[in-house]
Design a protein around this ligand. Structure first.
Ligand SMILES: [Fe+2]
Length: 320
């Protein structure tokens, strides 16, 4: 996998990937929920650094290696269909029919963190290619659309020897999401499989708590260096930084659909019971109006932000 990562070669900042906007949330970025929470709290360490520094800390790099049956990084197949991941996924949701769906790489350079979040869930008829990611997250946390939810298990596998960068999570039963969470070392050749759509998680600072924020320029990419390690390259191709191979935290995330039986899988495949976005927004707006006594939220451009603020309750690492 380490050799595959280098062969693949080029990694864009995650924020640069596609973006979908709705009238009820103009200007909201794909993961407005977790980024705003990160900036508000200063990440896991409660940093009081200025905004531009915090943004550099969480502007990590991502690329897809496989999506559905499309292989984008040849060689990823042994990982995509790994029996250990498949068996663990079946156990996570108690659903035995497992359909591997995606594998993607996350790369973080020294001083970076991954903001605490839950992953982007899917529902029959709605996924991240069709509606904003934050809306899917709101939908799951609201509990209003469980009948349409696709149960997804996520495996996070770590490769390489970067210091720090522990996987931090608040698994079920973690009292009220208070306290620092549980830390799993990102040790080479190990993986964790869990319901990351429900369990809040993040990545502690790579390189240790004292690692300064990386000197990133907007839009710069991470490229496998010709000799060894990784180069930071600006949008016009200029070299603006270099990291040794063992400084960069490299993980591959794996996601699989987990079905109880063939009937449940068929409903997903034949689109016989799909949700439409208007149905979702009508129901969320009505629920929010019921909770708050507000009126006419359905067409309000502030609805998106209000949904995020109401339904997504983040952990409170400093308490407890
Ligand atoms: Fe995640």
């Amino acid at each position: 996998m380490v050799a595959l990562a280098r062969r693949f070669g080029r990694y864009r900042p995650y924020a640069q990937h596609e973006q979908i906007e709705l009238d009820i949330g103009p200007g909201l970025t794909p993961r407005h929920d977790s980024v705003a929470n990160f900036l508000r709290r200063g990440g896991l360490s409660g940093s009081d650094e200025p905004l531009n520094v915090l943004v550099r800390r969480t502007s990590y790099f991502r690329e897809e290696y496989a999506y559905g049956t499309t292989v984008l990084a040849p060689g990823i197949e042994v990982f995509l269909y790994h029996q250990g991941l498949v068996d663990a996924a079946a156990a996570v949701h108690g659903r035995p029919l497992i359909e591997p769906a995606i594998a993607y790489a996350n790369l973080l350079v020294p001083g970076q963190e991954l903001a605490v979040h839950t992953d982007v869930p899917e529902f029959r008829g709605l996924d991240r290619k069709l509606v904003p990611q934050w809306l899917l997250v709101v939908m799951h946390h609201s509990g209003l659309f469980d009948r349409w939810r696709l149960h997804i298990a996520t495996g996070v596998a770590w490769f390489g020897d970067a210091a720090g960068g522990e996987f931090v999570c608040w698994p079920p039963g973690h009292a009220d999401l208070r306290g620092p969470g549980e830390r799993i070392p990102a040790r080479h050749g190990t993986a964790a499989v869990l319901d990351t759509d429900s369990v809040f998680h993040g990545v502690a600072r790579v390189g240790g708590e004292d690692a300064p924020a990386p000197q990133l320029r907007a839009g710069c990419e991470l490229h496998a260096a010709a000799a060894d390690g990784w180069d930071l390259v600006t949008t016009d191709g200029a070299l603006c930084g270099h990291f040794a191979a063992d400084e960069v935290r490299f993980s591959i995330s794996w996601k699989a659909y987990c079905f109880a039986d063939a009937t449940e899988r068929a409903a997903w495949q034949d689109h016989s019971d799909d949700l439409a976005v208007d149905t979702v927004l009508d129901r969320l707006a009505a629920d929010l109006e019921h909770r708050t006594g507000a009126a006419d939220l359905r067409t309000s451009p502030a609805l998106g932000q209000r949904l995020i603020d109401t339904y997504i309750r983040f952990p409170e690492p400093a308490d407890g």
